[in-house]
Design a protein around this ligand. Structure first.
Ligand SMILES: NC(=O)c1ccc[n+]([C@@H]2O[C@H](COP(=O)([O-])OP(=O)(O)OC[C@H]3O[C@@H](n4cnc5c(N)ncnc54)[C@H](O)[C@@H]3O)[C@@H](O)[C@H]2O)c1
Length: 348
Protein backbone atom coordinates (compact mmCIF):
# COMPACT_ATOMS: atom_id res chain seq x y z
CA UNK A 1 0.00 0.00 0.00
CA UNK A 2 1.11 3.53 -0.80
CA UNK A 3 2.94 4.96 2.25
CA UNK A 4 1.75 8.52 1.64
CA UNK A 5 -0.89 9.57 4.17
CA UNK A 6 -4.30 10.81 3.08
CA UNK A 7 -4.64 14.45 4.16
CA UNK A 8 -8.01 15.02 5.75
CA UNK A 9 -10.28 17.90 6.74
CA UNK A 10 -13.30 17.52 9.01
CA UNK A 11 -16.35 19.73 8.50
CA UNK A 12 -18.70 20.00 11.48
CA UNK A 13 -17.08 19.53 14.89
CA UNK A 14 -20.00 18.48 17.09
CA UNK A 15 -20.83 15.20 18.82
CA UNK A 16 -19.91 12.70 16.09
CA UNK A 17 -16.76 14.43 14.79
CA UNK A 18 -14.62 12.93 17.57
CA UNK A 19 -15.35 9.42 16.26
CA UNK A 20 -13.97 10.47 12.87
CA UNK A 21 -10.86 12.08 14.37
CA UNK A 22 -10.20 9.01 16.47
CA UNK A 23 -10.77 6.68 13.47
CA UNK A 24 -8.30 8.64 11.32
CA UNK A 25 -5.70 8.74 14.09
CA UNK A 26 -5.97 5.00 14.76
CA UNK A 27 -5.80 4.13 11.04
CA UNK A 28 -2.21 5.29 10.70
CA UNK A 29 -3.14 6.09 7.09
CA UNK A 30 -4.27 9.68 7.48
CA UNK A 31 -3.15 13.08 8.64
CA UNK A 32 -5.81 15.48 9.91
CA UNK A 33 -4.79 18.87 8.65
CA UNK A 34 -7.94 21.02 8.96
CA UNK A 35 -11.13 21.38 10.97
CA UNK A 36 -14.12 23.57 10.21
CA UNK A 37 -17.15 24.59 12.21
CA UNK A 38 -19.39 27.61 11.81
CA UNK A 39 -19.06 27.81 15.62
CA UNK A 40 -15.32 28.08 15.37
CA UNK A 41 -14.83 27.46 19.09
CA UNK A 42 -16.02 23.88 18.49
CA UNK A 43 -13.26 23.29 15.92
CA UNK A 44 -10.70 24.69 18.34
CA UNK A 45 -12.01 22.52 21.19
CA UNK A 46 -11.79 19.40 19.00
CA UNK A 47 -8.20 20.24 18.03
CA UNK A 48 -7.33 20.64 21.69
CA UNK A 49 -9.10 17.46 22.79
CA UNK A 50 -7.18 15.32 20.30
CA UNK A 51 -3.89 17.26 20.57
CA UNK A 52 -3.82 18.51 16.98
CA UNK A 53 -1.91 21.79 17.50
CA UNK A 54 -0.89 22.33 13.88
CA UNK A 55 -4.30 21.78 12.37
CA UNK A 56 -5.87 24.59 10.28
CA UNK A 57 -9.08 25.99 11.79
CA UNK A 58 -11.79 27.37 9.48
CA UNK A 59 -15.06 29.05 10.31
CA UNK A 60 -16.22 28.82 6.69
CA UNK A 61 -16.02 25.30 5.25
CA UNK A 62 -15.58 26.70 1.72
CA UNK A 63 -12.19 28.08 2.79
CA UNK A 64 -11.20 24.63 4.03
CA UNK A 65 -12.21 23.16 0.67
CA UNK A 66 -9.92 25.62 -1.16
CA UNK A 67 -6.88 24.15 0.62
CA UNK A 68 -5.10 22.20 -2.13
CA UNK A 69 -3.28 20.07 0.43
CA UNK A 70 -6.51 18.37 1.49
CA UNK A 71 -7.30 15.08 -0.26
CA UNK A 72 -10.48 14.11 1.59
CA UNK A 73 -13.13 15.44 3.94
CA UNK A 74 -15.45 14.03 6.58
CA UNK A 75 -18.84 15.73 6.67
CA UNK A 76 -20.26 15.73 10.21
CA UNK A 77 -22.75 18.59 9.92
CA UNK A 78 -26.54 18.70 10.27
CA UNK A 79 -28.37 16.63 7.64
CA UNK A 80 -29.56 19.44 5.36
CA UNK A 81 -25.95 20.51 4.68
CA UNK A 82 -24.64 17.10 3.60
CA UNK A 83 -25.58 17.62 -0.06
CA UNK A 84 -24.35 21.20 -0.45
CA UNK A 85 -21.00 20.45 1.20
CA UNK A 86 -20.49 17.16 -0.66
CA UNK A 87 -21.11 18.77 -4.05
CA UNK A 88 -18.72 21.63 -3.30
CA UNK A 89 -16.09 19.24 -1.92
CA UNK A 90 -16.33 17.07 -5.04
CA UNK A 91 -15.93 20.14 -7.23
CA UNK A 92 -12.70 20.89 -5.38
CA UNK A 93 -11.52 17.32 -6.04
CA UNK A 94 -11.92 16.08 -2.45
CA UNK A 95 -13.03 12.55 -1.59
CA UNK A 96 -16.02 12.56 0.78
CA UNK A 97 -16.92 10.52 3.84
CA UNK A 98 -20.41 11.75 4.74
CA UNK A 99 -22.35 10.97 7.90
CA UNK A 100 -25.73 9.27 7.68
CA UNK A 101 -28.34 9.93 6.40
CA UNK A 102 -26.80 10.68 3.02
CA UNK A 103 -29.19 13.64 2.64
CA UNK A 104 -32.76 14.69 3.36
CA UNK A 105 -34.15 14.15 -0.16
CA UNK A 106 -33.45 11.76 -3.01
CA UNK A 107 -32.85 14.73 -5.29
CA UNK A 108 -30.03 15.85 -3.00
CA UNK A 109 -28.64 12.31 -2.77
CA UNK A 110 -28.62 12.02 -6.56
CA UNK A 111 -26.83 15.36 -6.92
CA UNK A 112 -24.17 14.17 -4.47
CA UNK A 113 -23.68 10.86 -6.29
CA UNK A 114 -23.49 12.62 -9.67
CA UNK A 115 -21.06 15.30 -8.45
CA UNK A 116 -18.69 12.71 -6.99
CA UNK A 117 -18.82 10.56 -10.14
CA UNK A 118 -18.29 13.60 -12.38
CA UNK A 119 -15.26 14.72 -10.39
CA UNK A 120 -13.93 11.16 -9.97
CA UNK A 121 -13.84 11.28 -6.19
CA UNK A 122 -15.09 8.65 -3.72
CA UNK A 123 -18.37 9.14 -1.88
CA UNK A 124 -18.69 6.93 1.20
CA UNK A 125 -21.46 7.21 3.80
CA UNK A 126 -21.09 6.13 7.44
CA UNK A 127 -23.28 3.12 8.20
CA UNK A 128 -20.75 1.61 10.57
CA UNK A 129 -22.81 -1.43 11.56
CA UNK A 130 -22.30 -2.90 8.09
CA UNK A 131 -18.70 -3.54 9.17
CA UNK A 132 -19.78 -5.73 12.10
CA UNK A 133 -18.52 -9.28 11.40
CA UNK A 134 -21.86 -10.63 12.61
CA UNK A 135 -23.97 -8.45 10.35
CA UNK A 136 -21.67 -9.45 7.48
CA UNK A 137 -22.05 -13.12 8.41
CA UNK A 138 -25.87 -12.86 8.42
CA UNK A 139 -25.79 -11.08 5.06
CA UNK A 140 -23.58 -13.82 3.58
CA UNK A 141 -25.72 -16.63 5.01
CA UNK A 142 -28.88 -14.96 3.72
CA UNK A 143 -27.42 -14.55 0.22
CA UNK A 144 -26.23 -18.17 0.24
CA UNK A 145 -29.78 -19.30 0.91
CA UNK A 146 -29.10 -20.63 4.45
CA UNK A 147 -32.29 -18.94 5.68
CA UNK A 148 -34.45 -20.85 3.21
CA UNK A 149 -37.59 -19.05 2.12
CA UNK A 150 -37.48 -15.45 3.45
CA UNK A 151 -40.58 -14.98 5.62
CA UNK A 152 -40.23 -11.88 7.80
CA UNK A 153 -37.76 -9.09 8.59
CA UNK A 154 -37.97 -6.56 11.38
CA UNK A 155 -36.09 -3.42 12.47
CA UNK A 156 -37.04 -2.17 15.92
CA UNK A 157 -35.59 0.91 17.59
CA UNK A 158 -37.04 1.68 21.01
CA UNK A 159 -34.76 4.49 22.07
CA UNK A 160 -35.20 7.46 24.36
CA UNK A 161 -34.01 11.00 23.71
CA UNK A 162 -35.03 13.66 26.19
CA UNK A 163 -36.58 16.82 24.78
CA UNK A 164 -34.40 19.11 26.89
CA UNK A 165 -31.06 17.33 26.80
CA UNK A 166 -31.21 16.24 23.14
CA UNK A 167 -33.46 18.34 20.90
CA UNK A 168 -33.04 21.52 22.91
CA UNK A 169 -29.62 20.86 24.40
CA UNK A 170 -28.06 24.11 23.13
CA UNK A 171 -28.39 26.65 20.34
CA UNK A 172 -26.82 24.32 17.78
CA UNK A 173 -29.16 21.43 18.64
CA UNK A 174 -32.14 23.79 18.59
CA UNK A 175 -31.07 25.15 15.20
CA UNK A 176 -31.45 21.85 13.36
CA UNK A 177 -32.81 18.93 15.37
CA UNK A 178 -36.53 18.19 15.18
CA UNK A 179 -37.15 20.29 12.06
CA UNK A 180 -38.23 18.99 8.66
CA UNK A 181 -36.09 21.54 6.80
CA UNK A 182 -32.84 20.69 8.61
CA UNK A 183 -33.02 17.21 10.17
CA UNK A 184 -35.34 16.06 7.37
CA UNK A 185 -37.39 14.00 9.83
CA UNK A 186 -37.01 12.68 13.35
CA UNK A 187 -36.62 9.22 14.88
CA UNK A 188 -36.73 7.50 11.48
CA UNK A 189 -34.22 9.51 9.45
CA UNK A 190 -31.78 10.03 12.31
CA UNK A 191 -31.78 7.02 14.65
CA UNK A 192 -33.81 4.22 13.03
CA UNK A 193 -32.07 4.58 9.67
CA UNK A 194 -29.11 2.55 11.03
CA UNK A 195 -31.35 -0.50 11.43
CA UNK A 196 -33.36 0.23 8.29
CA UNK A 197 -30.05 0.12 6.45
CA UNK A 198 -29.12 -3.25 8.00
CA UNK A 199 -32.59 -4.68 7.33
CA UNK A 200 -32.63 -3.73 3.66
CA UNK A 201 -28.98 -4.66 3.18
CA UNK A 202 -29.77 -8.22 4.27
CA UNK A 203 -33.33 -8.61 2.94
CA UNK A 204 -32.92 -6.65 -0.29
CA UNK A 205 -35.24 -4.10 -1.91
CA UNK A 206 -38.69 -3.15 -0.65
CA UNK A 207 -41.57 -3.44 -3.11
CA UNK A 208 -44.13 -1.36 -1.23
CA UNK A 209 -44.96 -0.15 2.27
CA UNK A 210 -47.45 1.61 4.52
CA UNK A 211 -46.39 3.98 7.28
CA UNK A 212 -47.71 6.16 10.06
CA UNK A 213 -45.92 8.51 12.42
CA UNK A 214 -46.70 10.91 15.22
CA UNK A 215 -45.09 13.41 17.57
CA UNK A 216 -46.12 12.51 21.08
CA UNK A 217 -43.51 13.43 23.69
CA UNK A 218 -41.31 16.17 22.26
CA UNK A 219 -41.68 19.81 21.42
CA UNK A 220 -40.51 19.28 17.82
CA UNK A 221 -41.97 19.38 14.30
CA UNK A 222 -40.78 15.94 13.23
CA UNK A 223 -41.88 12.46 14.31
CA UNK A 224 -40.76 10.87 17.54
CA UNK A 225 -42.48 7.57 16.76
CA UNK A 226 -43.17 5.79 13.47
CA UNK A 227 -44.29 2.37 12.32
CA UNK A 228 -44.24 0.77 8.90
CA UNK A 229 -45.37 -2.53 7.44
CA UNK A 230 -43.69 -3.52 4.23
CA UNK A 231 -43.39 -6.09 1.50
CA UNK A 232 -39.95 -7.01 0.23
CA UNK A 233 -39.32 -7.90 -3.40
CA UNK A 234 -38.19 -11.36 -2.23
CA UNK A 235 -41.74 -12.00 -0.98
CA UNK A 236 -41.11 -11.56 2.75
CA UNK A 237 -43.16 -9.23 4.91
CA UNK A 238 -41.47 -6.65 7.14
CA UNK A 239 -42.00 -4.32 10.03
CA UNK A 240 -40.19 -1.18 11.19
CA UNK A 241 -40.68 0.58 14.51
CA UNK A 242 -38.61 3.68 15.21
CA UNK A 243 -39.03 5.83 18.28
CA UNK A 244 -37.16 8.13 20.64
CA UNK A 245 -39.97 7.97 23.25
CA UNK A 246 -39.61 4.47 24.61
CA UNK A 247 -38.06 2.98 27.71
CA UNK A 248 -36.68 0.48 28.51
CA UNK A 249 -34.48 1.06 25.49
CA UNK A 250 -33.90 -1.89 23.20
CA UNK A 251 -33.35 -2.51 19.54
CA UNK A 252 -32.91 -5.31 17.11
CA UNK A 253 -32.88 -6.47 13.54
CA UNK A 254 -34.63 -9.81 13.14
CA UNK A 255 -34.52 -11.98 10.04
CA UNK A 256 -36.75 -15.04 9.80
CA UNK A 257 -36.60 -17.70 7.10
CA UNK A 258 -38.01 -21.21 6.74
CA UNK A 259 -34.66 -22.79 7.71
CA UNK A 260 -32.98 -20.26 9.93
CA UNK A 261 -33.63 -17.06 11.83
CA UNK A 262 -31.64 -14.57 13.86
CA UNK A 263 -32.35 -11.69 16.23
CA UNK A 264 -29.47 -9.33 16.93
CA UNK A 265 -29.56 -6.07 18.79
CA UNK A 266 -27.44 -3.75 20.86
CA UNK A 267 -25.48 -4.98 23.85
CA UNK A 268 -28.49 -4.51 26.09
CA UNK A 269 -30.02 -7.77 24.99
CA UNK A 270 -29.16 -11.33 24.16
CA UNK A 271 -29.01 -12.60 20.62
CA UNK A 272 -31.09 -15.51 19.48
CA UNK A 273 -30.49 -17.81 16.61
CA UNK A 274 -32.52 -20.73 15.33
CA UNK A 275 -31.84 -23.20 12.57
CA UNK A 276 -33.47 -26.44 11.59
CA UNK A 277 -30.47 -28.58 12.64
CA UNK A 278 -29.51 -27.05 16.02
CA UNK A 279 -32.78 -25.50 17.16
CA UNK A 280 -32.74 -22.34 19.24
CA UNK A 281 -29.53 -20.89 20.67
CA UNK A 282 -29.52 -17.90 22.96
CA UNK A 283 -26.22 -16.12 23.40
CA UNK A 284 -25.55 -14.13 26.52
CA UNK A 285 -24.30 -10.56 26.51
CA UNK A 286 -20.87 -11.85 27.65
CA UNK A 287 -20.63 -14.34 24.80
CA UNK A 288 -21.76 -11.73 22.34
CA UNK A 289 -18.76 -9.53 23.09
CA UNK A 290 -16.83 -12.18 21.19
CA UNK A 291 -19.43 -13.49 18.83
CA UNK A 292 -22.34 -11.18 18.05
CA UNK A 293 -21.68 -7.48 18.08
CA UNK A 294 -23.78 -5.74 15.44
CA UNK A 295 -23.27 -2.24 16.80
CA UNK A 296 -19.73 -1.00 16.38
CA UNK A 297 -17.78 2.25 16.23
CA UNK A 298 -16.50 4.33 13.33
CA UNK A 299 -12.99 2.91 12.99
CA UNK A 300 -13.75 0.36 10.27
CA UNK A 301 -15.83 2.81 8.23
CA UNK A 302 -13.02 5.38 8.33
CA UNK A 303 -10.39 2.77 7.43
CA UNK A 304 -12.51 1.47 4.54
CA UNK A 305 -12.84 5.03 3.20
CA UNK A 306 -9.06 5.55 3.36
CA UNK A 307 -8.37 2.21 1.69
CA UNK A 308 -10.88 3.03 -1.05
CA UNK A 309 -8.87 6.20 -1.79
CA UNK A 310 -5.43 4.61 -1.60
CA UNK A 311 -6.33 1.45 -3.52
CA UNK A 312 -8.69 3.30 -5.88
CA UNK A 313 -11.58 0.94 -5.24
CA UNK A 314 -15.23 1.53 -4.35
CA UNK A 315 -15.97 2.14 -0.66
CA UNK A 316 -18.07 -0.49 1.16
CA UNK A 317 -21.01 1.91 1.53
CA UNK A 318 -21.02 4.21 -1.51
CA UNK A 319 -23.64 6.92 -2.00
CA UNK A 320 -25.80 4.59 -4.10
CA UNK A 321 -26.07 2.16 -1.16
CA UNK A 322 -26.82 4.88 1.40
CA UNK A 323 -29.61 6.20 -0.83
CA UNK A 324 -31.59 2.97 -0.30
CA UNK A 325 -32.36 3.45 3.41
CA UNK A 326 -33.16 7.11 2.77
CA UNK A 327 -35.69 6.07 0.13
CA UNK A 328 -37.43 3.68 2.56
CA UNK A 329 -37.60 6.37 5.27
CA UNK A 330 -38.97 8.95 2.80
CA UNK A 331 -41.51 6.40 1.54
CA UNK A 332 -42.79 5.93 5.13
CA UNK A 333 -43.22 9.70 5.47
CA UNK A 334 -44.99 9.80 2.11
CA UNK A 335 -47.36 6.98 3.06
CA UNK A 336 -48.34 8.77 6.26
CA UNK A 337 -49.02 11.98 4.37
CA UNK A 338 -50.95 10.38 1.53
CA UNK A 339 -52.69 7.82 3.72
CA UNK A 340 -51.92 4.94 1.41
CA UNK A 341 -49.57 2.34 -0.03
CA UNK A 342 -46.28 3.66 -1.43
CA UNK A 343 -44.59 1.59 -4.11
CA UNK A 344 -40.85 1.92 -4.58
CA UNK A 345 -38.98 3.45 -6.32
CA UNK A 346 -40.59 6.68 -5.20
CA UNK A 347 -40.76 9.86 -7.22
CA UNK A 348 -40.44 12.96 -5.05
N1 LIG B 1 -22.95 7.27 12.55
C1 LIG B 1 -23.40 7.52 13.77
O1 LIG B 1 -23.51 6.65 14.63
C2 LIG B 1 -23.75 8.94 14.12
C3 LIG B 1 -23.86 9.33 15.47
C4 LIG B 1 -24.19 10.66 15.74
C5 LIG B 1 -24.42 11.56 14.69
N2 LIG B 1 -24.32 11.13 13.41
C6 LIG B 1 -24.55 12.05 12.29
O2 LIG B 1 -23.51 13.02 12.29
C7 LIG B 1 -24.00 14.27 11.82
C8 LIG B 1 -23.77 15.33 12.90
O3 LIG B 1 -24.43 14.95 14.08
P1 LIG B 1 -23.95 15.48 15.52
O4 LIG B 1 -24.77 14.74 16.50
O5 LIG B 1 -22.48 15.47 15.60
O6 LIG B 1 -24.48 16.99 15.43
P2 LIG B 1 -23.98 18.27 16.23
O7 LIG B 1 -25.08 19.26 16.21
O8 LIG B 1 -23.42 17.86 17.56
O9 LIG B 1 -22.76 18.78 15.35
C9 LIG B 1 -22.93 19.38 14.09
C10 LIG B 1 -21.85 20.46 13.97
O10 LIG B 1 -21.91 21.02 12.66
C11 LIG B 1 -21.66 22.41 12.81
N3 LIG B 1 -22.11 23.15 11.65
C12 LIG B 1 -23.37 23.58 11.36
N4 LIG B 1 -23.36 24.26 10.19
C13 LIG B 1 -22.08 24.22 9.72
C14 LIG B 1 -21.44 24.75 8.56
N5 LIG B 1 -22.13 25.43 7.63
N6 LIG B 1 -20.11 24.56 8.43
C15 LIG B 1 -19.41 23.88 9.36
N7 LIG B 1 -19.97 23.36 10.48
C16 LIG B 1 -21.29 23.54 10.64
C17 LIG B 1 -22.38 22.79 14.10
O11 LIG B 1 -21.91 24.02 14.64
C18 LIG B 1 -22.05 21.60 14.98
O12 LIG B 1 -20.87 21.80 15.72
C19 LIG B 1 -25.48 14.03 11.50
O13 LIG B 1 -25.58 13.69 10.15
C20 LIG B 1 -25.85 12.84 12.37
O14 LIG B 1 -26.94 12.10 11.87
C21 LIG B 1 -23.97 9.86 13.12
Amino acid sequence: MNEKKVRVGIIGCGIVAGSHVSGYLKSGMAEIIALSDSRVERAKALAEKYSLPRVGIYENYEDLLKDRNIDAVSICTPHHLHAEITVKAAEQGKHVLCEKPIAISLKQADEMIRACRRNEVKLAVVFQNRFSPDVQRVKKEFERGDFGIPIYGEAVVKWYREDKSYYHMDDVAKSWRGKWSTEGGGALINQTIHLVDMLQWIMGPVEYLYGIYDTMMHNIETEDIAVSILKFKNGAIGFILGSVNLQPQEDWVAIYGSKKSIVIGSDKMVAKEWDEKSGTRVRSVEERKETLTPFIGHDDAVRDFLEAIVLDRAPAVPGEEARKSLEIVLAIYKSHRTGGRVTLPIVE
